[in-house]
Design a protein around this ligand. Structure first.
Ligand SMILES: Cc1ncc(COP(=O)(O)O)c(C=O)c1O
Length: 364
């Protein structure tokens, strides 16, 4: 009998939220679901049109992606984040970023005895990827606490899911230096780079952060949130051409190919900043409404300077807060889902319609 792989993976905790979702649904004016960060506004017209224009796609696309797709990634990184020194051999499209995050340790050949380091409060897929490979994972924000062991891979996530925290440039520079000293690959999940409200996040691909060298550095970028494209699965990985080349060589064999029509959609989305500004304004308004409403209801908002979440607390166990909000028909995610350090917080997503956001505010 083959032992089930799923038993090696962390427990998918959303089931624990089901009774609270049922309770919230019983509210006479319906549930306001702020528990997940899934976009609810339309995919931009120009992107839908590009998908349609690319619909005739009888042959296999290449794993490396179209030259135009990779060029659009480079242009976007340069235009929006001042990234220099990256060439076409330093970017690779992926089928959403979650598959890359979950598969990366395995695709890079990590296994038992290897160490992966991730943030103390984190998107759970870093742990999933390490567990799938059979590697160890340490969840910590302090690299000094890693001890004498040399990790193979270090994840950072700025802006952070769930806390919305943005790591300052100095901090990122120290992480780059530390990883280089230890020979660890630094992978920065930058999916929320354009979702910032009170600060300007930087990419580790910026020459002032990586000291003008891409060696040992990868970044992960997703169009899901930026362009309301979660259903299209458009993302890419960028950085050290040697590592990107190795990933390409492995992923070719796995058939991990971004579909052709999606590549055309991704080009249109990356080339356009107007829809991003419009979506940014929508989220900024929802965030402001929710922040005021939660603060007036006695919550403290920590971090939350970027991403699509408010990281909120009433200095009580998160499940008590979840229950209190569910009584008012509002569903949020307990901070405990993201790590022990989140035990007294809840994560409030502002990916809900204006109407639902207004309903939440009036109930609070
Ligand atoms: C931090 C982080 N990384 C990656 C992802 C995955 O995004 P996608 O697979 O849609 O690109 C998410 C999704 O919520 C996320 O929060």
């Amino acid at each position: 009998m083959i032992p089930p792989v799923s038993s090696r993976l962390p427990d998918f905790p959303w089931d624990h939220l089901t009774p609270y979702a049922e309770q919230a649904r019983r509210h006479p004016e319906g549930i306001v679901d702020l528990s997940i960060g899934t976009p609810v506004d339309p995919t931009p017209e120009i992107v839908q049109r590009a998908l349609g224009a690319g619909a005739d796609s009888p042959g296999y696309p290449l794993t490396i992606g179209l030259r135009e797709t990779r060029q659009a990634c480079l242009d976007w990184l340069g235009r929006r984040f001042g990234v220099t020194g990256l060439g076409l051999d330093g970017v690779l499209p992926t089928i959403g970023s979650k598959e890359l995050i979950a598969g990366l340790p395995t695709q890079l050949g990590l296994g038992p005895g290897d160490l992966v380091v991730g943030p103390a409060l984190a998107y759970p897929t870093y742990e999933v990827g390490a567990a799938l490979a059979g590697a160890d994972i340490v969840a910590t924000d302090s690299l000094t606490s890693v001890g004498p062991r040399n990790p193979a891979l270090v994840w950072v996530n700025s802006p952070s899911n769930p806390t919305g925290r943005v790591l300052p440039p100095d901090h990122l520079r120290k992480v780059v230096d530390w990883c280089r000293e230890r020979g660890a690959l630094l992978v920065s999940d930058e999916c929320y780079l354009e979702c910032a409200w009170e600060t300007e996040p930087v990419s580790v691909l910026h020459p002032e952060i990586n000291r003008g060298s891409l060696e040992g550095i990868l970044t992960v970028h997703s169009l899901s949130k930026r362009s309301n494209l979660a259903g299209y699965r458009c993302a890419f990985v960028a950085g050290d051409p040697a590592v990107v080349g190795e990933l390409l060589a492995v992923r070719k064999n796995l058939g991990l190919i971004m579909p052709g029509p999606q590549q055309h959609a991704m080009i249109a989305a990356l080339d356009d900043d107007e829809h991003v500004a419009e979506q940014h304004a929508r989220y900024a308004a929802r965030r402001a409404t929710l922040k005021t409403a939660f603060e007036s209801a006695g919550f403290r908002i920590d971090h939350s300077e970027a991403s699509l979440y408010l990281w909120a607390t009433r200095d009580e166990p998160c499940w008590t807060t979840v229950a209190w909000l569910a009584d008012r028909g509002i569903l949020v995610a307990p901070g405990r889902f993201y790590g022990q350090a989140g035990a007294d917080h809840v994560r409030i997503a502002f990916t809900a319609t204006d109407e639902r956001v207004a309903a939440a505010a009036s109930r609070l």
